[in-house]
Design a protein around this ligand. Structure first.
Ligand SMILES: *Cc1c(COP(=O)(O)O)cnc(C)c1O
Length: 361
């Protein structure tokens, strides 16, 4: 029988991913804690303490010292759980709960709506961010949560979180912020996105993306423990008595690597990485513009650019991992492994292909 390649792919040509090479300290911690289970904190006490440390560090990053939360399997679980908190909190108030989100909300909210039996209402954007008037039109007395995106998956844009929190408060709904990708770059910008700048109730922030932890390490945070209580399920045969996570058994690798990455990189290492990634985004945007491609201005380190189909296909044939937005722009996520020399090779390949095919610039 033919054996499947034993080594993982490297990141040398990966421009499409929101994950990256874990920081060496994070990789090491992940390996050491691989066989622990924070899903059973009564038995695995060391990793349970580490998880509390992870949440405290995340709290510092999001401007909420007394934060509640846990290390989830990723942004998807955190978003599902945030919707579940809202649904359970208002269980007696409404039979037809709805969640209102701007159209660029991550597809995990559709999973949440489907799993939880909640209606998801999306509102159109203006200039790549939530259109507040459109959001206002969608909310009503059955709205349980208003979602704001802090670092959209396709364009890295940031919604007006304080305004969305106000809209949520007006109808008595929770405000959930999805900073799965943006959470580790936004602290170094002037955006109002966190618990300190708005009445945010819950937040998603993923150490396994810009946080440079090993997969799987997501984060669900809440303004107080009473929000997590909405998720508590009794656990009769464990040493601990209840569980708030969606998963049961889960690897301690994510927890330990998240702590190691944050202890090593917060705040200076993340700040340096943000400046480097943002400079790379602006550099690439300029190079693409001078080659005739229309570029969506990178507010955070993600570049989306209109490129001829044949160019994108040929770049992919040459090994570049490049994704496309819903409107077909090529999308480059400036993760830590995407450095200037890699981008120079990428641009040089673009020039080669333009020369070879003489395709429209
Ligand atoms: C990546 C992402 C998610 C989903 O996170 P996973 O870790 O892939 O489950 C959710 N929201 C946003 C904004 C994201 O960028």
């Amino acid at each position: 029988m033919q054996r499947v390649e034993q080594d993982p792919q490297d990141f040398g040509q990966v421009l499409s991913s929101m994950c990256t090479e874990p920081h060496p300290a994070a990789r090491d911690a992940a390996e050491r804690f691989l066989a622990t289970n924070p899903g059973d904190p009564g038995t695995y006490e060391t990793v349970a303490k580490l998880e509390r440390r992870a949440v405290d560090l995340l709290g510092e990053i999001v401007g909420l010292p007394d934060v509640a939360g846990y290390v989830a399997s990723g942004g998807t679980e955190a978003n599902i759980q945030a919707v579940r908190i809202a649904r359970n909190r208002f269980e007696t108030d409404t039979r037809n709960p709805n969640v209102v989100a701007p159209q660029h909300a991550h597809f995990s909210f559709w999973k949440a709506a489907d799993v939880l039996g909640v209606e998801l209402r999306t509102a159109p954007l203006s200039n790549y961010t939530a259109n507040l008037e459109a959001i206002k039109q969608q909310v009503d007395e059955d709205t349980i949560a208003v979602v704001g995106v802090a670092g959209s998956t396709e364009y890295g844009r940031v919604d007006d979180i304080p305004a969305l929190a106000d809209i949520a408060a007006d109808v008595g709904a929770l405000c959930h912020v999805d900073a799965a990708w943006g959470g580790f770059v936004l602290p170094f910008t002037s955006h109002d996105w966190n618990f300190a700048s708005a009445d945010v109730d819950t937040m998603t922030i993923d150490p396994h993306k810009m946080g440079q932890a090993a997969v799987p390490a997501g984060g669900l945070l809440a303004r107080g423990p009473e929000f997590l209580d909405e998720l508590a399920i009794d656990t009769p045969y464990l040493e601990s008595t209840s569980q708030v996570t969606l998963t049961g058994t889960r690897s301690g690798a994510g927890v330990a690597s998240a702590v190691a990455a944050m202890e090593t990189l917060w705040p200076d290492g993340y700040r340096e990485q943000y400046y480097e990634s943002q400079a790379n985004a602006e550099w690439l945007a300029k190079k693409l513009r001078t080659r005739g491609c229309e570029v969506v201005p990178p507010v955070l380190p993600i570049v989306a650019a209109d490129m001829p189909d044949r160019l994108i296909d040929t770049l992919r044939d040459r090994g570049w991992r490049l994704s496309r937005t819903g409107t077909d722009e090529a999308r480059v996520v400036m993760m830590p492994h995407v450095d200037r020399s890699m981008l120079r090779e990428f641009v040089s390949d673009i020039d080669d292909i333009f020369a070879e095919f003489d395709i429209g610039r």
